[in-house]
Design a binder for this molecule. Structure first.
Ligand code: GDP
Length: 526
């Protein structure tokens, strides 16, 4: 059944994430975006005065209570009649699989840079994931209200280190720390000045300035010269280059003072892509107005301590979703009821009645759902699997308290299903001592924390010295098992056979000695 409304609804949606290094201002920017779009007041979620304790503070509060930042939800707000779904990337310093997977659910990313620090390690890694997945990137250079690097130097760094062409949309008048206004290149170089709101913390008020009156201002003259320079090297926004990931529109501002945030919001609506038909395993993308389909990109247990629930976050890929509709769980072919669907608004949940491509649905008590699963109605569909990343950290996990072995096992299964860590087993080690594998070591902390707090079954980790994993097959496994220093495991999640090596050099020598053996760096290739 084709529904023309679906295409229109998809067109007025933008689903995006913010990628940044910790402390660059992601929470502040998230709050500023929501505040600017008026989402916080609309949803009645303002706490305290002036909206400073808004949605994102709730996230942080929740993270504080849990001890570790493990939440990931989607924030939804409306701006200029467009529905913006901001999918939160986990905020911890470590790099984990969670972060990667969240990026499979978005159509665009905002790369947030601290004006003083420029490109930082976490930003670079996240950028690589976006590039690998072909996700277009908008850049926001934050904290222009305090001293930082030179604007042109920041653009050079982006161009050189990321090999992406920066095309500024706004340009700062004044050095970082002396921000006097922004020039908006998309609006015929309109000049916007800001005055601080009383109290300073939120919403600076913007006003359009007369360029003629600015002509004596040396910061303005410098900015105009810099723009001339940029124009002469062709740093103009080109939609195709942006969508192909070859160029990134750049915005300047200060999230904490709400400067440049409106420009960024407009940019997301005007430049960023709306949801597009998602490619399927068979190659042909599923049209937006086909029957409903969605992919689980995140499963989170026990978000609400009082209810012991389990929420599966589903990104709608096609069709219209109506709460209560019967959908099919593609992995098992079983029907799945969606009576308990909710839109997540920070910690607040509201019941969601309908959703369209690009929207994120939280399905409560979705015990049967795993990360990567597809839900659909009508003609069955299979989307390519979510990428599984090569772990670089390995440790044997044992229960601390032998009288809690049952709870311990249940916990490990749960963490495995949620994709918190990869769980590896082998005949040699036996099922009692699974090996946990992670992309970032923080995944181990999360696993231990949750085993102890949610399952009351603390575990002990004994690190293994492996550093590299490769996928092999049934023919290669026995050969590799005989190679000194190498171990072969089955990944419980999907039955993949993984060989692990103590060093990249050992891997190199083993693959030299056994040229016929499969050693695939892409762990998710069957
Ligand atoms: P996150 O770790 O990326 O989520 O960063 P936060 O949003 O928590 O911000 C980190 C710190 O930077 C906080 O102290 C913020 O108040 C501060 N901050 C965020 N945005 C700005 C900004 O535009 N200007 C200034 N001066 N500080 C900011």
């Amino acid at each position: 059944m084709s529904d023309p409304d679906v295409v229109l609804e998809a067109r007025r949606r933008r689903t995006f994430a913010v990628i940044s290094h910790p402390d660059a201002g992601k929470s502040t920017l998230t709050e500023a975006l929501a505040l600017h779009a008026d989402a916080i007041t609309q949803a009645g979620a303002v706490h305290g005065k002036a909206g400073r304790r808004g949605v994102t503070s709730d996230w942080m509060e929740m993270e504080r209570q849990r001890g570790i930042s493990v939440t990931s939800a989607a924030l939804r707000f409306t701006y200029r009649d467009t529905i913006l779904n901001l999918v939160d990337t986990p905020g911890h310093a470590d790099f984990s699989e969670d972060t990667y997977r969240v990026l499979t659910a978005v159509d665009c990313a905002i790369m947030l840079l601290d004006a003083a620090k420029g490109l930082e390690p976490q930003t670079l890694r996240l950028f690589d994931v976006c590039r690998h997945r072909g996700i277009p990137i908008v850049t926001f250079i934050n904290k222009w209200d305090r001293p930082g690097q030179d604007a042109l130097a920041l653009l050079d760094a982006v161009e050189e280190r990321l090999a992406i062409r920066p095309t500024p949309i706004t340009w700062p008048i004044g050095l970082a720390g002396d921000l006097q206004g922004l020039i908006d290149r998309r609006r015929e170089d309109e000049v916007v000045g800001f005055s601080r709101a009383a109290g300073g913390a939120t919403a600076a008020t913007a006003r359009v300035l007369d360029p003629a009156a600015m002509s004596q201002n040396s910061a303005y003259r410098t900015a105009v010269e810099e723009l001339d320079l940029l124009s002469s090297v062709g740093a103009e926004h080109e939609p195709e280059a942006f969508l192909a990931g070859k160029a990134t529109p750049v915005y300047f501002g200060s999230a904490v003072s709400n400067i440049g945030v409106r420009h960024l919001l407009d940019g997301i609506i005007d430049l960023a892509p709306s949801p597009a038909p998602r490619p399927t395993v068979s190659g042909a993308p599923r049209p937006l107005d086909a029957d409903f389909s969605g992919v689980v990109f995140k499963v989170q247990a026990n978000m609400d301590r009082a209810h012991r629930d389990r929420i599966a976050f589903v990104r709608v890929c096609s069709g219209r979703f109506d709460r209560g509709m019967q959908v099919v769980h593609a992995a098992t072919g079983r029907p799945f009821s969606t009576k308990y669907a909710s839109a997540l608004f920070g910690q607040e949940r509201s019941t969601l009645e309908t959703a369209y491509p690009g929207d994120v649905i939280g399905l409560v008590n979705a015990t049967a759902l795993r990360v990567g699963d597809t839900l659909c109605t009508g003609r069955a569909v299979a989307f390519p699997p979510l990428p599984a990343f090569a772990p670089e950290h390995f440790a044997v996990l044992r229960p601390q308290d032998l009288s809690r072995v049952k709870q311990f096992r249940r916990g490990v299964t749960q963490l495995d299903e949620e994709g918190v860590v990869q769980v590896l087993v082998s005949d040699r080690r036996g099922e009692q001592a699974p090996v946990l594998a992670a992309v970032g070591p923080m995944q181990f902390d999360v696993a231990l924390h949750r085993l102890a707090h949610e399952f009351s079954a603390p575990g002990v980790l004994e690190p293994l010295t492996y550093q590299v994993a490769r996928r092999t097959d049934a023919a290669g496994a026995p050969v590799l098992e005989r190679a000194p220093g190498v171990e072969v495991f089955t990944r419980t999640r999907d039955g993949a056979l993984l060989a692990v090596f103590p060093t990249p050099w050992r891997l190199a020598s083993v693959s030299r000695d056994h040229p016929g053996v499969r050693l695939d760096p892409m762990l998710d290739n069957p």
